[in-house]
Design a protein around this ligand. Structure first.
Ligand code: 13P
Ligand code: MG
Ligand code: MG
Length: 391
């Protein structure tokens, strides 16, 4: 059976600020997903990461299917009405168009989707294991370093040397998130094979505000996609800051792909990413259990990861493992908090605040423009004759 996994995430309102959705909002999302299982969906589940609600769905309608995207949109819309009723903050925040044209990608929600054959006698994938990563208070480039290390660097993933099928390498799809297209349409993308082009990949994705790894494919079995990551920039859609682009990614694991432990290892680094309060700072990622509220000081970017197995009928929700919920992650959290304190102790100065292209969508730009009018070119500074050279 050809199965599609669709992971669609949106912020449609939260309690007391950008913290977490309310219980009523989550219950409504769950009610809608549950009632679609057996008709539209094979299986489905609702989680939250900070103020974002994620719908994780399996079905047979293929990627970018109008019926599934419209279902997700209607679900978020109905949940946003509850947020409105409850006076939640940012009700409908990520629903940026009045009605999507069939596909919610580019309409605000983040979308990750992979199609694959679910076949118990398939030589490459007799079992289907996968993980879903959800992050809040950061942008899609937050996944660049962890994905790069897991798929390009044997110092972090020894499986690239040990597993002959992974040793053949991967094809990485990278998107230029600044590209707006001729008339607002079209994506600027590049595909690079690793390990041969690993330095070219690095040369692009070091710029986490502009380039993001949006897909990864096996080179052992070329039609097998291992990673799909949502990579849209809300400020490109809305033209102003409307919240961060809090990404979601599906990563298939085991067999011809890296194991979950290899995929999550780079998160021990707790890399600095763009995000945090008002999406305008540089702060370390904080690995957190799924369904965590954003309730600490600042707006620490958080990431969660949940692992699943899918049976041959496309069902996966009966059991799952929370990958960032063990004692190893207590240590990572402590280090991330320490890094955060160090960075934020210098407030908004220099590297603590996001780069110019990011803050170009904030009110800081208005202040700069106002101040521009007060600047004067001082001519007396250049009037002095240069001193004669001493012989
Ligand atoms: P979200 O993108 O998660 O809504 O956060 C926005 C923000 O500005 C937090 O300070
Ligand atoms: Mg929000
Ligand atoms: Mg959010």
């Amino acid at each position: 059976m050809r199965v599609t996994l669709s992971a669609i995430k949106a912020d449609v309102g939260s309690i007391g600020g950008h913290t977490r959705p309310s219980d009523r909002m989550l219950a409504e999302a769950k009610r809608r997903v549950d009632s679609a299982i057996g008709t539209l969906l094979l299986d489905g589940m609702v989680t939250y990461t900070g103020d974002d609600i994620a719908l994780l769905m399996s079905h047979v309608h293929g990627s970018a299917a109008n019926v599934v995207h419209q279902f997700a949109w209607d679900c978020f819309l109905s949940v946003s009405h509850i947020a409105d009723e409850e006076g939640c903050y940012g009700a409908g925040q990520d629903l940026l168009v009045s009605a999507p044209s069939g596909n919610v990608r580019g309409a605000g929600p983040g979308v990750a989707e992979i199609d694959f054959e679910r076949d118990a006698v398939n030589a490459d994938r007799p079992a289907e294991a996968f993980a879903v990563f959800t992050a809040d208070k950061c942008s899609p480039g937050a996944f660049n370093l962890p994905l790069y290390l897991a798929f390009c660097d044997p110092m972090h993933n020894g499986g690239l040397l040990l597993n002959p099928r992974m040793h053949k390498g991967f094809t990485l799809g990278i998107i230029d998130m600044d590209y707006k297209g001729e008339s607002g349409h079209g994506d600027r993308v590049i595909r690079l094979n690793v390990p041969e082009r690993a330095w070219d990949v690095a040369a692009l994705i070091q710029n986490i505000d502009r380039f993001a790894i949006e897909s990864i494919w096996s080179r052992h079995a070329a039609d097998e996609q291992v990673v799909s990551m949502s990579a849209t920039r809300l400020h490109n859609i809305a033209g102003k800051y409307t919240g961060k682009d809090d990404p979601i990614a599906i990563v298939r694991t085991q067999g011809i792909f890296p194991a979950p432990e290899e995929i999550i290892e780079p998160y021990l680094i707790t890399p600095f990413v763009t995000g945090d309060a008002r999406g305008s700072h540089v702060m370390p990622l904080l690995p957190m259990p799924i369904n965590s509220a954003l309730n600490g000081p600042y707006c620490h970017p958080i990431v969660s990861a949940v692992a699943f197995s899918m049976d041959t009928s496309g069902r996966f929700t009966h059991n799952f493992v929370d990958l960032f919920d063990g004692p190893a992650w207590e240590e990572a959290r402590r280090r991330s908090q320490q890094k955060a304190l160090e960075m934020r102790s210098q407030g908004f100065f220099g590297a603590a605040m996001a780069g110019v292209t990011e803050i170009a969508y904030t009110g800081l730009v208005d202040t700069h423009e106002t101040l521009n009018a007060e600047f004067r070119i001082r001519s007396d500074a250049v009037s002095a004759e240069p001193a004669e050279a001493q012989s």
